[in-house]
Every structure is written in C-alpha cells, then in structure tokens.
Design a protein around this ligand. Structure first.
Ligand SMILES: CC(C)(COP(=O)(O)OP(=O)(O)OC[C@H]1O[C@@H](n2cnc3c(N)ncnc32)[C@H](O)[C@@H]1OP(=O)(O)O)[C@@H](O)C(=O)NCCC(=O)NCCS
Length: 158
C-alpha cells in the first residue's frame, strides 16, 4: 500500500465537497435526522474553512481516497477543568467505499492526532452516531474510548 497523507489545498475543494456530501448521505442512510448531502456539502466545507480546520487528504499515488478534518476547540461547559475543555476535535472522517478496511482511516486519524498534538492538544475528541458501528469500531481500534453519551427520545413513542 503506497498511501500518503498531505494537507488539502484550494485545488482539492471539489474533492472535499464531494466527500462531505457522501459522508452526509452515509449518515442520512443510518439516521433520518440528517439533511440531504447536496443541501449541506458546501455549507460544511465553508464552515471548516471558517473555523480554520486542518484538512488532510489521503492519496493512493495521485488519487484521493479519503480525508479527515480537525481543529483545536474549547468545550463551553465551564464545569469542566480547563485541561478537559481544551481538546483536539476530529470533526469529519471519510474513506472512499472501495478503500475501506485497509487501514486508511487509521492513517488519517494518526496524521490528525500528530497535527493537533503539534498545535498543543493533549487529548482528542471524536463523535459518531451510535448506529454507525463501522466508525465506532474504527475509532476504538485507534484507541478512543466512550466518554459521554447523548440519549434521544421520540415523544411520539410515549
Ligand atoms: C469509518 C471509516 C472512516 C473507517 O475507515 P477505514 O479506512 O475503513 O477503517 P480502517 O481500515 O482504518 O480501520 C479498521 C478498523 O475499523 C473497524 N472497521 C472498519 N470497517 C468496519 C466495518 N464495516 N464493520 C466493523 N468494523 C469495521 C475494524 O475494527 C477495523 O479494525 P481491524 O481491521 O483491526 O478489525 C470508513 O468506514 C468510512 O468512511 N465510513 C463512512 C463515513 C463515516 O462513517 N465516517 C465517520 C463519521 S462519524
């Protein structure tokens, strides 16, 4: 496997917007809470640029095969210690379907962990829908452990 990871540039915008669309559609297939990918892909991309996220692209030779986005972030919960509030936040991770299960996700997570550590992060946070078992397994394989759980109740059921 000759996979490399590099910073995305403005020339990669169309690739990243396509990945953000596909990522949204992936989650929408798992959970109806998500809007269609084509409605939010550009919005997501512009948001990532606006918040100054690091955008890393995985390539097989010259061909893009996935990406990860992350940044330093501070939790708004003032009941937490400052050390917990400041963290590296991995906001998006996507690997092209034909490339999954080959370790590309682990490579991207490692590259982002190194990047955010070099910027001062002492810990990383990442989130997933509970039904996204492949993502949760990949995160746990990397070393993430469950930290907080958000529960949801459809009041039509009660
Ligand atoms: C989640 C995702 C990024 C993982 O990338 P990947 O390159 O396939 O993952 P890796 O090969 O690096 O990780 C391998 C580990 O992930 C887990 N894993 C990967 N695919 C899996 C699947 N379909 N089912 C269960 N576990 C899976 C395994 O634990 C595996 O470890 P192992 O090989 O030691 O068993 C990729 O599946 C993806 O892009 N999914 C769609 C988008 C998405 O869900 N992104 C996350 C949003 S929160």
């Amino acid at each position: 496997m000759s996979i490399t990871v590099r910073d995305a540039t403005a020339a990669d915008a169309a690739t990243l917007i396509g990945y953000l669309r596909d990522l949204q559609e992936w989650e929408r297939a798992l959970c109806p809470s998500r809007r269609p990918g084509q409605e939010v892909d550009r919005l997501c991309y512009e948001h990532l640029l606006q918040v100054g996220a690091d955008l890393l692209l995985a390539l097989d030779g010259d061909r893009p095969i996935g990406f990860v986005a992350g940044r330093l972030r501070v939790d708004e919960d003032e009941l937490m210690t400052p050390a917990w509030r400041w963290h590296g936040y991995v906001s998006d991770l996507f690997v092209a379907p034909a490339q999954r299960g080959r370790g590309v996700g682990q490579l991207l997570l490692q590259a982002m962990a190194d990047r955010l550590r070099s910027k001062g992060a002492a810990r990383l946070r990442i989130g997933s829908l509970c039904v996204n078992q492949a993502a949760l397994a990949a995160y746990r394989r990397f070393g993430f452990e469950p930290f907080e759980v958000v529960l949801d109740l459809d009041l039509a059921q009660r």
